[in-house]
Design a protein around this ligand. Structure first.
Ligand SMILES: Cc1cc2nc3c(=O)[nH]c(=O)nc-3n(C[C@H](O)[C@H](O)[C@H](O)COP(=O)(O)OP(=O)(O)OC[C@H]3O[C@@H](n4cnc5c(N)ncnc54)[C@H](O)[C@@H]3O)c2cc1C
Length: 401
């Protein structure tokens, strides 16, 4: 069979390599090289999967969980590792099961996938403009920036719509719509959170460890524990990114930070009293440093209107109670998410209800397949998104008829 793959990214290259063992495969990419987005994954180190079982993968999948069950069963994370090791890419496991190439180079992942595709024709600098099915000839007509081709099967592996300089400009949605597919509204995911509060600028660059970010999003309670980082306009860091994936479709979001999640109110009160006793002749700003980085403490004290130069022994019980309340429940003003362009992943895309989960074939057009981020699937950080790209690619390639 003559097969066209649109997109030489993570999913397109893996599918191309597998399919080329039995078929004539041509991969098109609008870029001058393969895997431009792969190159920047994991800060240039490529967190290619996670050393976990499929249940953990599914627990980290935000959208598309049910749809992914079949393909992740057939190509679970452990098999992704085995697959790359067999191709000649030694890997290593880091904190949280994150798997990287031993060389710490995303470029090695691209090289190994390109080698795997040595029997494919790879046409670079050749963007696909249009895909049509020709009933008379029973084939797909692909129009590129260079010419027109005929193929028996077409795999759309064009990615999402973030970091568009890497080539993922959302063309796949346009192609899908042409064949009657529904596009679930796309939203940024794994992206920084914007805040209304003017104090944020003063906190830019500050990292908070072991805190809990809480949200009530359209009535649903969410919380993430870990590291948080202030930007000039809001919040980023692992827990802000995870939160973004869960609140990106909510109309009303209330956010707060618990700076001391390990202590309940009673324990925090006891600790406060002990620290007051031990520091009674010091300033309240010095006392606040026992709980927060200096600049954060300043914002907290301003919010509860305590003069930071005041001595600790003049702390009133009302002020102490306000201080505890602020430490456990510091409300911040949600002002939406950073734009899609800066998102690590696109949430939404081709509606998975219209795709066969075993083969990735369109239920609306025989011979047309969708793999990777163009589908309405998104996961949290930890190598799970590339795992989805690889698992959908593998399902498509192994089951294409
Ligand atoms: C900064 C950043 C860091 C990331 N880090 C990680 C990580 O460490 N681990 C992880 O699991 N995930 C990570 N991701 C997510 C991961 O990169 C994507 O989920 C994954 O690359 C999706 O694979 P894909 O094959 O669907 O699309 P892509 O890899 O985006 O490939 C799509 C390809 O299609 C091509 N294309 C698009 N339209 C056309 C057209 N009309 N004609 C021809 N070619 C076209 C594009 O040029 C592109 O090469 C990261 C994402 C970003 C932005």
């Amino acid at each position: 069979m003559k097969i066209a793959i649109i997109g030489a990214g993570a999913s397109g290259l893996l599918a191309g390599g597998v399919l080329s063992q039995e078929h004539d495969v041509t991969i098109f990419d609008k870029n001058e090289k393969c895997g431009k987005k792969l190159y920047i994954t994991g800060k240039g180190r490529c967190n290619l999967t996670n050393d976990c079982d499929k249940e953990v993968y599914l627990a980290n999948t935000v959208r598309g969980k049910k749809f992914m069950m079949s393909s992740i069963n057939a190509f679970p994370p452990k098999q992704v590792i085995e697959f790359f090791e067999k191709l000649g890419l030694p890997t290593k496991v880091e904190r949280g099961g994150r798997v990287f190439p031993q060389s710490d180079k995303a470029s090695d992942v691209i090289k190994i996938l390109q080698k795997f595709c040595q029997n494919c024709i790879i046409k670079l600098d050749e963007g696909v403009i249009d895909i049509a099915f020709e009933n008379a000839q029973n084939c797909f007509k692909i129009t590129t920036t260079q010419r027109i081709y005929n193929f028996d099967r077409v795999v759309i592996a064009t990615g999402g719509k973030s970091y568009s300089a890497t080539g993922s400009t959302g063309d796949g949605y346009k192609f899908a719509k042409k064949f009657g597919h529904t596009i679930v509204e796309i939203k940024p995911a794994l992206v920084a959170i914007q805040l209304k509060d003017s104090f944020v600028k003063a906190l830019q660059g500050i990292t908070l460890k072991n805190v809990t970010l809480k949200a009530i999003a359209d009535g649903k309670k969410l919380e993430f524990f870990g590291e948080l980082l202030f930007t000039d306009k809001g919040l980023t860091g692992p827990i802000a990114l995870s939160m973004s994936s869960h609140i990106n479709r909510a109309e009303k979001v209330e956010l707060s930070i618990d700076f001391k999640p390990a202590l309940d109110e009673t324990k925090l009160k006891d600790r406060c009293l002990r620290d007051i006793e031990a520091n009674k002749n010091k300033s309240i700003s010095t006392f606040a440093k026992l709980f927060f980085p200096k600049a954060v403490g300043k914002v907290v004290l301003e919010r509860i209107k305590i003069d930071e130069q005041k001595q600790v022994n003049s702390f009133t019980s009302k002020e102490r109670q306000d201080f505890i309340e602020m430490t456990k429940n510091f409300k911040v003003g949600y002002d939406g998410l950073y734009p899609l362009e800066s998102a690590i992943i696109t949430s939404g895309g081709v509606d998975t209800k219209e795709i066969n989960p075993k083969t990735m074939e369109s239920k609306l057009q025989a011979g047309l397949y969708f793999i990777g981020e163009v589908l309405d699937i998104d996961c949290l950080t930890g190598g799970y998104n590339l795992t989805s790209a690889f698992a959908t690619a593998y399902a498509c390639a192994k089951n294409m008829k």
